[in-house]
Design a binder for this molecule. Structure first.
Ligand SMILES: Cc1ncc(COP(=O)(O)O)c(C=O)c1O
Length: 454
């Protein structure tokens, strides 16, 4: 039970939410149960209805305010309903919503130009193809790698998540996201650098990054020796924030390229300043990919994705027609343009680094206090807290994680949950979060761990 002593309060906020007068939570839940296909799921035993957002805060239909520490799953990087995005989108909606890419429009080309400017100067990453989602970006990048190389086999990593379409599901290697149908045709899953649970039972650095070196064996044994590519997240998101050691990607990229494959970085979660040190996740890993997939943070919550690559690689797609009705639509691309502008003007990369490190340090302090916390990891504002029943056996504390997750909601903090065992708290707030918000989040978690007997 919460006592007066451990009651903590959300930092103040000068936004007044509009009075909500539409369907209440129970009515929406009932309609959802009746009319929405059950493949979609809700967080919490008592799902909440979010009806308004402002920067790092959300409001439910009763007017209760929450600190958003999941940001629409690492999507709302610059904050909910950022006033400059609202203004630009309103203006665009009033002028033109949709025509498709068979007509010219300035927004999409400007965004493609802006994306090109975010890649390393010495890279050829320059041309983009827009999609509506990360899954479509995964599909398009896979298709392009196969067409360009004339090879079929793609390597992805166990514990990775790349989307829910059939190709993306095949590249995904977390059983809880896979239906029992063939979907991984031509996909080989390599061992991830999940050091906390090393599948080889080794320790870093004496392991000599065996998981990276084993990619060569995987190719030798399971493919013709020539591959189309390697697709991986620089830091696995849904898999529970798995951040490989520095040597991992340079070793794997060399192996992949020596077998004719393209290196594809899935930046759907790690892109757009999320990891604090760099704009892209790969930047912090000592490699430059041949193809980059992105979505989520690209347009701060609008349905937009993209695949960026070199003109030489992209060229192969011109031999056939490719069309995607809504991709690069004027509304989502104006949101994308404003998002990039705000990441710069609000200096969100620095905030992600500084506040992210502060949050990580405070989580590590909590680990010293609560035995349930087995590991704290991640970079910038992409952090994971793995909960275990016993620090030695590392038995996943799946049930306890659900309790903590739900109890944090009761105290106005919304966090994510992930990992193949559902035992990792995923903390990925809007990048505008403050130190005061972090103090509140930590106090809530501290109280939740104590009060739920964890
Ligand atoms: C790393 C990664 N790639 C791809 C996707 C798929 O994106 P979407 O849900 O927009 O299809 C996700 C979604 O969570 C993701 O986390």
């Amino acid at each position: 039970m919460t006592t007066a002593k451990n009651q903590v309060h959300l930092p103040s906020c000068d936004h007044n939410p509009t009075e909500y007068s539409d369907l209440d939570r129970n009515s929406v839940l009932a309609l959802r149960r009746e009319y929405v296909a059950p493949a979609t799921f809700c967080y919490y035993n008592q799902p909440i209805q979010i009806v308004e957002g402002y920067m790092q805060y959300l409001w439910d239909d009763t007017g209760k305010r929450y600190l958003d520490a999941i940001a629409g799953v690492a999507s709302v990087n610059v904050g909910h309903s950022h006033p400059r995005i609202v203004k630009a989108v309103r203006e665009q909606v009033g002028k033109l919503v949709h025509t498709t890419s068979v007509f010219l429009h300035p927004n999409a080309v400007r965004l493609a130009e802006q994306l090109a400017s975010r890649f390393p100067d010495d890279s050829e990453l320059k041309v983009s193809c827009f999609t509506n989602s990360g899954s479509e970006a995964t599909d398009f990048a896979t298709l392009m790698a196969r067409v360009h190389t004339g090879q079929f086999d793609i390597i992805s990593l166990r514990n990775g998540y790349h989307g829910g379409t059939q190709t993306a599901m095949g590249l995904t290697a977390m059983g809880n996201w896979k239906y029992p149908l063939p979907q991984a045709f031509g996909v080989k899953h390599a061992t991830p650098a999940y050091c906390y649970r090393c599948p080889y039972g080794l320790e870093y650095p004496s392991c000599d990054v065996k998981c990276a070196r084993d990619v060569a064996q995987l190719i030798d044994y399971e493919t013709s020796g020539k591959i189309a590519g390697f697709l991986a997240e620089p830091i696995q998101g849904a898999g529970g924030v798995i951040d490989p050691p520095d040597e991992y990607f340079p070793i794997v990229y060399d192996i992949v390229r020596s077998h004719g494959g393209l290196c594809i970085s899935d930046e759907v979660q790690t892109g757009f300043a999320r990891t604090g040190d760099n704009f892209w996740g790969f930047d912090g890993k000592g490699v430059t990919p041949d193809v980059v997939t992105m979505a989520k943070g690209i347009a701060n919550g609008a349905p937009l994705g993209a695949v960026t690559t070199t003109p030489a690689i992209a060229d192969c797609m011109a031999q056939k027609l490719h069309f995607n009705t809504f991709a690069g639509n004027p509304i989502s691309t104006i949101q994308g343009l404003m998002t990039l502008e705000i990441i710069d003007s609000d200096d969100l990369l620095s905030n992600a680094k500084i506040v992210g490190q502060y949050l990580k340090d405070r989580l590590i302090d909590l680990q010293g206090k609560h035995a349930l916390i087995g590991d704290v990891r991640g970079r910038g504002l992409m952090l994971g807290v793995e909960l275990v029943r016993d620090r030695k056996s590392k038995e996943p504390a799946t049930k306890e994680t659900a309790i903590v997750h739900e109890a944090a909601k009761g105290r106005c903090v919304l966090i994510g949950k992930g990992g193949v065992y559902g035992n990792v708290l995923r903390i990925k707030p809007p990048l505008c979060i403050t130190r005061e918000d972090v103090d509140f989040l930590i106090d809530v978690l501290d109280n939740v761990f104590t009060d739920t007997g964890q």
